[in-house]
Structures are given as C-alpha cells and as structure tokens.
Design a protein around this ligand. Structure first.
Ligand SMILES: Cc1cc2nc3c(=O)[nH]c(=O)nc-3n(C[C@H](O)[C@H](O)[C@H](O)COP(=O)(O)OP(=O)(O)OC[C@H]3O[C@@H](n4cnc5c(N)ncnc54)[C@H](O)[C@@H]3O)c2cc1C
Length: 229
C-alpha cells in the first residue's frame, strides 16, 4: 500500500531446545508470549525518542536509520505510520492554513491528543524504570497512538487538500504527506488491533467482566476453527 514491507512471519515446526534455554517454566508459553506482545505495544506508543526530538521531514530519521541498520535490517521503520504530528505546524504555515479557524481548531485538538498520549506513555515508562514489569498499560499507549495517527491523517488532509494525494519530488514534502495518508491505517492493526487493545484495557485495567469463552482451557490445536482447504 505504501511501498514498505514491514511484515515478518516466522514459523517453527517441531522445534526442540535444550532445557537451559527455556524462558520461564514449561506450560507458561502463553504468559511469555503476551508479555512479549506488551513490550511490542509499548514500542508503538509513539514515544520514539529520535522521532519526538527531531523536526526533520525526511522519510527516516538519521538516528533511526543508523539503529535500524544495526538491529532491524531488512525491516524499515517509517515514521509516517505514526501520522507525523511534528510536521503539522510547518505544513499549516507553508500553506497559509494556519489562518483558517476551522483548521486551527483541529490542529489544537490533535496537538492536545498527542501531548496527553505522550504523558500517559511517559508515566508507564517511569513506572517500569522503577522496576515494575511491563503491564497492560502498553495497550493504552498503543490505542492512543492509533487515535493520534488517525487524527493526524485527517489534519494533514485538511491542510494539504487534494495535494495530499500527490507523490514525487514536487509534491507536498516530497511525497511524505501522501505516504502518511496510506501508512496510518497500519497502526490500528499491527501489534494487535484497536479492538484487541480495548478488550485488554477493559478486562485487565478496568477489571470489567470478560466476554464468555468456551475454549480458554483448551490447547489451541483443539480450538474449533475454519479449515482452509
Ligand atoms: C503494517 C503491518 C505490519 C505487521 N507486521 C507484522 C509482523 O511483523 N509480524 C506479525 O506476526 N504480524 C504483523 N502484522 C499482523 C498484525 O499483527 C495482524 O494483522 C493483527 O494482529 C490483526 O490480525 P488479523 O489481521 O488476523 O485480524 P483478525 O484477528 O482476523 O481481526 C479482524 C477484525 O476482527 C477484530 N477482532 C479480532 N479478534 C477480536 C476479539 N477477540 N475481540 C474484538 N475484536 C476482535 C479485529 O479487531 C479486526 O477488526 C502486521 C500488520 C500490519 C498492518
């Protein structure tokens, strides 16, 4: 959709490991898996340090590119996925839309949302810095990042109008705005959808009753599901 390939699927079949490499205890795999997912979600809370600090409009920040080159290749992180709130004021000034009261209202809404999401994510990180394990609050940050990205998409569209669809060197910000529009839908799916985050928040943070489930105590291989033929 946006020219990036950010999927990675790895299958292990009949994998065997030595006992000393087991993480946790046998039978605790789901607990380990969900803890790992909570870490991934925290990583998607919009608090990428380099992205927050930098004001440069390039597709990939230099600091991130360097980190990715060492740790994540061939995966490519593209900040457009988060909505690029940092570019909104610059674009509003460039286009003169900064003087449009309706646009100003939406920009204010977006910046307020982004700032409160940032504080929530910082609170969660501060708790971990004091030794608390990663908890379900990662879902709050992930869901907030999703809301911010969608709102940023809308505000960029209000500012750039139909030009937001243009790509190429002479298009708004060299195609970065168009890339934002086609990249932000990813954030509410990858790492667990918005609906899944809402389930986690309601069950594990607000302690609301769980949805009835008939398969919670059955191994996954025995859970009835559609068969692909
Ligand atoms: C850009 C991008 C990159 C990705 N990268 C990776 C990757 O590197 N590795 C990887 O493994 N995966 C990756 N994914 C996959 C991603 O994790 C899944 O797409 C996501 O978890 C949703 O699963 P699904 O697509 O099977 O949707 P489904 O689970 O089929 O969901 C379909 C719809 O039903 C809703 N739904 C499902 N279950 C529930 C429930 N229990 N309660 C309420 N609503 C529910 C969902 O919210 C959604 O709206 C990536 C996805 C994207 C978009």
């Amino acid at each position: 959709m946006n020219g990036h390939a950010s999927f990675n699927q790895v299958f292990f079949t009949n994998a065997e490991i030595a006992p000393e490499f087991i993480v946790g205890e046998p039978g605790e795999g789901w607990k380990i898996a969900t803890t790992t997912l909570m870490h991934e979600r925290r990583g998607a809370d919009g608090l990428r340090r380099a992205a927050m600090a930098s004001k440069r409009p390039e597709r990939c920040y230099a600091e991130e590119a360097e980190e990715i080159a060492h740790q994540l290749e061939p995966y490519k992180w593209y900040p457009q996925r988060m909505g690029r709130v940092d570019l909104v004021m610059q674009r509003a000034r460039e286009t003169g839309k900064i003087d449009d009261p309706a646009v100003r209202q939406e920009i204010a809404r977006l910046l307020t949302l982004a700032k409160t999401a940032e504080w929530t994510a910082l609170r969660s990180r501060a708790a971990q810095a004091q030794g608390r394990p990663q908890g379900p609050e990662g879902s709050l940050g992930k869901l907030a990042a999703s809301v911010v990205a969608r709102k940023a998409n809308q505000v960029h569209t209000m500012i750039s109008g139909a030009d937001a669809m243009l790509t190429g060197e002479d298009s708004p910000m060299g195609g970065v705005i168009a890339e934002i529009l086609v990249s932000t839908p990813a954030i509410s799916i990858a790492g667990g959808t918005d609906e899944i985050q809402r389930n986690i928040i309601s069950e594990r943070i607000l302690k609301l009753p769980k949805e009835p489930r008939t398969d919670a105590d059955r191994p996954f291989r025995e859970v009835p599901r559609n068969v692909v033929t």
